[in-house]
Design a protein around this ligand. Structure first.
Ligand code: C2E
Ligand code: MG
Ligand code: MG
Length: 672
């Protein structure tokens, strides 16, 4: 249909028809439009649904993960799925969470570390012990006590080389210890000297450990000023071995040297000569001239005697106007007598004091090992006896020991075969000496002291046969017998006595070295049915220092067993306080040599008081032995000594007599 037909003259019907068709077309178009539109919507909805599934779900998971993380749940992880971008987003979110977790853990650790450091500092600041931390050999931390000890301030110490404080001679010790620690070999406390800011030298006991400090390996050190103890030891050592007035060795040093000389003579089958010398009428000189001049003469006598000696000989002042001379290399009696003559000749010239001449003579007693005695004690006694005899004969005499002088005592050397025989026949008895509580006066223990009842010679004292028993190893069966008998005796006593006491048994160096000692002790206790805490073993410093590591192990085992140990004869010879703090002993027995002159000599009193104080500081009980006078006991009481034994209270008694004397009701007590 053309336009002209439309625009031309058309009939009304045509127009109506045309209009109708146009309306139809319009309606169709409308429906088409409607249907087309609806289709689009449906498609759009389908597409949207698809998009929702692949994007919105991961997105929502991501969102919940992010929310959870935001709330602090650092264990939450986002899904790593969906379109690449979303998966990446998930990965990134997870990475972020991981690092947040790391940071939080670190913070926690950091807080813990800070707390620990805070605690360490609080402790360190109030510690009575010096504490430091060092890295690369330099101080990184020092507590106030450390500063007090060294005199340096924190500022002066931090970043300073630790070794700078150490006395040059001791730097090697410190360095070696540091290396040991770095190698992980551990470190035990060790001692060295430090120079303080004020230039003073102090003794330090240090123990170090390896720690982490501010993220790095560091050394933590505990630091204690032990100068006081060292000083006490030094004084004790010096005073203990020398005579203040003449500077000569004293009785103790003489005894040490005599022990060494005798051991050597036993090995070499040679002789040792001992001389005792007493100035004649010295008391009169002292009384008329006064102590000052008397002392000067004593000093001159000391010097003159020194002139007679050769290398290896010893002259000692035994106290008062008594001197002793030891000749370890004397070969024969004649030679000893020749030396005695030489000594006597030394007194031919007068002594000049303040321009005034004095003639002094000496009485000399001579004794020889092994001719006159088998032991150190015996030889000293023999020389002493010979000297008394010489004095009886008038001024300026010398006298060789003679068995006639021995009287009751049997100092003759004993033979190994005799000793073996005696063991077989059981010719030994034990005497018990009470150990008394100083404060209460109560008997708290007994020391078992063995005696040999010789069928012909009578009682032989341990000093005269223990050395031979040691040498021959016979001390092992003898010591075991003493141990068993003493344990059984102590078990038997409570029935007769009012209360149980502790039994002390002497253990000689040879016994102490015996690897079976602990077993033997255990067996003796079991056999007697005695509680371990009712036994105490007395060992000498000499036994302990022979092999300190073995000694420590043995003492430790005894301690575990519950048996106490006491260090015997302290102050008599080689004993020293230096390793005392390491020793698992519970008591210290102060020898009578140390107590002998406490009442008359300030130095001796200072030494004894020092020894008691140091022992107490180390937590040890102190037992004084050989207490003979009320004055000595009063001194011990004043010094806080715990227990004592000695003739003042009682001599050693056989078991029956001990029981009778010290059972309930008959207990003697000594008051001060
Ligand atoms: P120790 O263990 O130092 O014993 C103390 C010694 O001093 C004893 O001498 C004792 O009798 C004596 N004593 C006690 N009070 C006094 C006193 O007030 N003044 C004086 N001057 N002396 C006093 P003892 O019995 O002659 O023993 C000497 C040493 O023999 C003992 O010294 C000990 O080391 C050793 N010993 C004794 N018995 C045994 C034993 O069974 N086994 C071993 N291995 N050694 C023993
Ligand atoms: Mg003893
Ligand atoms: Mg003793």
């Amino acid at each position: 249909m053309g336009l002209d037909s439309f625009s031309g003259a058309r009939s009304a019907e045509e127009v109506a028809e045309l209009r109708g068709r146009a309306n139809e077309a319009a309606a169709l178009a409308f429906w088409f439009a409607i249907i087309g539109g609806l289709g689009g919507v449906v498609i759009a909805l389908a597409v949207a649904a698809l998009i929702a599934r692949s994007i919105l779900q991961p997105l929502s998971s991501l969102k919940s993960a992010a929310l959870a993380v935001a709330k602090g749940d650092l264990e939450m992880r986002a899904p790593v799925s969906g379109p690449q971008e979303l998966a990446q987003l998930g990965t990134s979110l997870n990475q972020m969470t991981e690092s947040l977790l790391d940071a939080s853990k670190r913070r926690e650790l950091e807080e813990e570390r800070e707390q620990a450091e805070e605690m360490f500092k609080t402790l360190a600041n109030s510690s009575p012990i010096g504490i430091f931390v060092a890295q690369d050999g330099k101080f990184q931390f020092v507590n106030p006590q450390f500063q007090t000890y060294t005199g340096y301030s924190e500022d002066e110490l931090l970043d300073t080389e630790c070794l700078k404080l150490v006395l040059p001679e001791d730097r090697r010790t410190v360095r070696e210890n540091a290396i040991k620690m770095l190698k992980g070999e551990g470190s035990s406390p060790y001692e060295y000297r430090v120079i303080t800011k004020g230039g003073e030298t102090i003794w330090i006991m240090e123990k170090v450990a390896s720690i982490h400090y501010q993220g790095r390996i560091a050394t933590l050190g505990y630091y204690m000023d032990i100068s006081e103890r060292k000083q006490a030891e030094e004084i004790i050592r010096h005073l203990a071995y020398h005579d203040e007035l003449t500077g000569l060795p004293n009785r103790k040093l003489l005894k040490d040297r005599l022990d060494i000389a005798l051991a050597q003579a036993r090995r070499q089958q040679s002789k040792v000569a001992m001389m005792f010398l007493d100035l004649d009428g010295f008391k009169i000189i002292n009384d008329t001239l006064g102590h000052v001049k008397g002392d000067q003469i004593l000093q001159m006598v000391g010097a003159r005697l020194m002139g007679v000696l050769r290398e290896g000989d010893t002259v000692a002042r035994m106290g008062g106007d008594e001197f002793a001379l030891l000749f370890p290399a004397a070969t024969e009696t004649e030679e000893a007598l020749r030396i005695a003559d030489r000594v006597a000749k030394g007194f031919d010239r007068p002594f000049v004091v303040d321009g005034q001449e004095f003639n002094v003579t000496a009485s000399i007693g001579v004794a020889l090992y092994p001719d006159h005695a088998a032991s150190a004690e015996g030889l000293i006694k023999s020389a002493d006896m010979a000297m008394y005899r010489a004095r009886d004969r008038g001024p300026g005499h010398s006298e060789l020991f003679s068995p006639v002088l021995r009287g009751e005592r049997t100092d003759r050397p004993v033979r190994e075969s005799d000793l073996r025989e005696a063991l077989k026949r059981n010719d030994f008895v034990i005497h018990y000496q009470p150990q008394v509580d100083v404060r209460s006066g109560k008997v708290v223990g007994a020391e078992a002291l063995v005696r040999w009842q010789h069928p012909v010679r009578g009682t032989i004292f341990p000093d005269d046969f223990i050395p031979l028993a040691e040498e021959t190893g016979l001390i092992l069966p003898l010591g075991e017998w003493v141990l068993r008998t003493a344990c059984a005796q102590n078990k038997a006593w409570p029935e007769a006595r009012a209360y149980p006491i502790r039994m002390a048994v002497n253990i000689s160096p040879r016994q102490f070295r015996d690897p079976d000692l602990v077993r033997r002790v255990t067996e003796a206790l079991n056999e007697a049915g005695l509680a371990p805490n009712r036994l105490m073993l007395e060992v000498t410093g000499h036994a302990v220092i022979q092999d300190i590591d073995v000694a420590l192990a043995t003492l430790e085992q005894l301690h575990v067993l519950g048996v106490e140990a006491a260090l015997d004869d302290f102050g008599s010879g080689l004993s020293s306080l230096s390793r005392l703090q390491d020793l698992p002993v519970q008591a210290l027995k102060i020898d009578r040599a140390l107590l002998r002159d406490v009442v008359t000599s300030h130095e001796q009193a200072a030494i004894a008081a020092g020894a008691i104080a140091v022992a107490h500081k180390l937590g040890l009980r102190v037992i004084a032995e050989g207490v003979e006078t009320q004055e000595q006991l009063a001194f011990l009481k004043e010094q806080g000594c715990d227990e004592y034994q000695g003739y003042l209270f009682s001599k050693p008694w056989p078991a029956k007599a001990f029981e009778w004397n010290f059972s309930s009701g008959r207990r003697r007590s000594v008051s001060v």
